[in-house]
Design a protein. Structure first.
Length: 353
């Protein structure tokens, strides 16, 4: 019997990769988004999760075997992040008809569980790295915690199993996404090449020389499906990364070579992309017109603020995957391959020249 999935945030980096994998695996896939993008094999569901009544109407006839929550909305403060994103999870789970059989709900959050919210990112007393799931919550407001709490309440009420997935920075393709390091760096490299300026690492000395890891969207999608189908993984929280570690001082020159730009020596000074790219919107529009690119709006491709937050951290960030490994998840994705595959796809889809 074919299983049915609801992917929430199906137009995003994680949601689109998850929907694609589920379709490949023979699932019937419904993709919820405010503005569905028309993915092959995905049945669109139009809903704004902030509207409880409209969400209930949109989902009244669905009885999914698995629900994958991969969306969030950034607000101006953490208090607003908590209010809005907590309500979105609450409205979603309240709108679904009560399950008549087994149902699994997977929630994607991230390493801000350990690093703290944007307002206090990487500040104060932080857990020792590598981050492990048993380290628990920081003594700070965090919308990830609010989302988890809504999940736990609904699971107790409706009797479904759950899993929480905490990726590091996600590598994948989605135009208009607010957390998009790979595309941001590809656009930045293109602008550097156009202006003849050096490709300058924008982050901190700790990130340049320390170890780090990342999460490919396909790797995360495989982890989400594994948890949904593995009973031992139910009612657990997991870290999920590619399985390798690297230093940006090794990765950065490889990016420069791929894009044909000069990699500037790192001098220890933080030079945020938000400042470096602040005046580049018109230049990008000119490049897009000249090269016939699909997206002339720089703000829909690049999210400098989020890349600056990741690359500007004052500490080394690595993530432990032992919990998943012990339960049988063996997925592995070399991070440089993930970046280069994304860059090739960006060119193929005419998003960068």
């Amino acid at each position: 019997m074919t299983k049915t999935a609801l992917v929430v945030g199906a137009s995003g980096i994680v949601g689109s990769a998850t929907a694609e994998l589920l379709v490949q695996q023979g699932w019937t896939v419904h993709g919820l988004a405010r503005r569905p993008t028309g993915q092959p094999g995905v049945r669109p569901v139009v809903a704004d999760l902030q509207d409880a009544a409209a969400t209930k109407a949109a989902l009244r006839d669905l009885a999914p075997d698995a629900v994958f929550i991969t969306t969030w909305l950034r607000q101006d403060s953490e208090a607003e992040n908590i209010r809005v994103n907590g309500a979105m999870v609450r409205n979603l789970l309240a709108a679904l008809p009560r399950p008549r059989g087994p149902r699994h709900v997977a929630l994607v959050t991230g390493l801000k569980h350990y690093l703290g919210p944007f307002e206090a990112y990487g500040q104060g007393t932080l857990p020792q790295t590598p981050f492990r799931e048993e380290q628990g919550r920081l003594d700070a407001e965090n919308f990830y915690y609010a989302q988890e709490d809504e999940l736990f309440v609904a699971a107790a009420r409706d009797g479904f199993s759950w899993s929480v997935h905490r990726p590091h920075t996600v590598i994948g393709l989605a135009v208009g996404n607010a957390m998009n390091m790979g595309t941001t760096l590809a656009v930045y490299a293109t602008l550097c090449r156009e202006r003849g300026r050096p490709f300058v690492f924008p982050g901190s000395a700790a990130q340049w020389s320390g170890l780090t890891d990342m999460t490919d969207a396909g790797q995360l999608a495989r982890h989400l499906l594994w948890a949904a189908e593995t009973e031992a993984a139910h009612d657990e929280a997991f870290n999920i990364v590619n399985g390798d570690v690297f230093r940006w001082q090794w990765m950065w020159p490889r990016f420069a070579q791929w894009f044909g730009v000069e990699s500037a020596p790192f001098d220890g000074v933080v030079r945020p992309l938000a400042e470096q790219m602040a005046g580049d919107a018109d230049l990008w529009r000119d490049i897009a017109a000249r090269e016939g690119l699909a997206e002339p709006d720089l703000t829909r491709l690049a999210s400098p603020w989020h890349t600056d937050a990741d690359l500007g951290r004052p500490i080394e960030v690595v993530t432990d995957m032992s919990k998943s490994r012990r339960l049988g998840f063996t997925g592995y994705q070399p991070t440089d391959d993930a970046f280069f595959a994304l860059f090739e796809r960006l060119r193929t889809e005419r998003l960068v020249p």
